[in-house]
Write a protein that binds this ligand. Sequence first.
Ligand SMILES: O=C(O)CCC(=O)C(=O)O
Ligand SMILES: [Fe+2]
Length: 368
Amino acid sequence: MILPAGRVNGGVAPPSFHFFTTLSRICIMGLPKFTRPKGDHEELSCNLYVANCGPAVGLTLDGIASAFSSYGTVKGVYPADESGCRVIVSYCDESSAQSALKALNQNPCRDLGGRFLHIRYSVERPPCQVRGTDSVQVYLEASELNIPGIYLIHDFVSAQEEEQLLAAVDARPWHSLAKRRVQHYGYEFCYDIRNVNTQQQLGDLPSFVECIFEKVPLFRKLHEAADISLDQLTVNEYPTGVGLSPHIDTHSAFEGSIYSLSLSGSCIMEFRASVGDRDTNNSDYSSNFVRKAIYLPPRSMLLLSGEGRYAWQHYIPHHKVDMVKNTMIRRSSRRVSFTFRKVRKGPCQCDYPEFCDSQKEKQEIGSH
Ligand SMILES: O=C(O)CCC(=O)C(=O)O
Ligand SMILES: [Fe+2]
C-alpha cells in the first residue's frame, strides 16, 4: 500500500509513539525556543534545561512533568533537541524553577527511578537558530521530497514476512564493523575501497529474500526500470542512535537502481546535494547543501534511481529520536536494512559525470 500524506506508519501508532509530544507551541522548525546556557551563565529563569532526562532514557514527558510538579506548577515539558535525553521544563514562575534546580540538580530524583539529573536555567535560543539552521523538513512520502528517482512504498512486506526475514539473518553470522553489523550476499562489499570484488562471487542470493523479489514489480507503477535483476545484498543492523555517513553508492560498483528495505525499526534518511560553490574546507552538513529528509518506517521499501541515486548523497543522522512533523519518534533497539543492488560489469556512463568515478577515471587517463 502506498501511504497517503499526513499519516505515519499506516496510521497505526508504533510503540515509540508513547514518547511523542506536540512541539508546535514552543518550537519553530522543530527547535525549541529555549536552550542550554553557554559557559557558566546562571540567570534565574522559569525554564530549566534538564540533561540525562527524556524519552531516550525511558522517561515519558508526562512522568517528568509529574516529578517536577512537586516544586510548583509545570507549564510544560519539551524535548530540548533531537537527542531524546535533554528536556526543557517550563514553570509558571522563577521561584518554582529555583526550588526544583536546588533539590534535583546532581541529585538522584526519587520520582524518576533515582536518576541523576543535570539542571541549568535555560536561555532563549538565539534567533538565527530558532529559524532552524540545522533542522530539515522530514517528509512521509517520497513524492514530497521532490528528488527525481526516489520512491518509497510503505508496508512492502507484512509483519509476518518481516519476522521471518529477521529470523533468517539472525540465524547467520554477522560481521561487526565499528558501529554496526553487516552481512553480504552475492558479492562482498569492501568498505575500504567502497566497491565490490567482482572476481569473487559469494553465491546466489539466499532463498529467504524471494518474498521481497516477488514484490519488486510493485515499483513498476512508479518507475519503468524497476524490474532489474538484483544480485548483491547487504544487510545492515544499526543499534539505536547509530546512523550512516553521507555517501553516493559508488557508480562503478552498482547499476542504477538501489532498493533498501527497513525492518524492525525506523529512521530518517536525509539527502543532500551541493548548491553553488562548494567550500571544501567546510564539512558542516548544513553548509552549501540543499537537504531533504524522509521517514522510513519498518517494512517500507525505498528505491533510489536516476538523479536521486547518482547525484544526491544519502545518509542516516546519528539520532536516538527523530523529529517527524513535530512528533518525536524514538528509534527502537535496532533497525535492520536489506539493501539490494545490481553489480555493474562495465564502466558507468551516467549523466552525472561530476559524481561518477568511472567517468572521472577516464578523464584522468585522457589528461595524462
Ligand atoms: O540502511 C540503509 O537503508 C541504507 C544503506 C546504504 O545506504 C548503503 O549500504 O549504501
Ligand atoms: Fe548507500
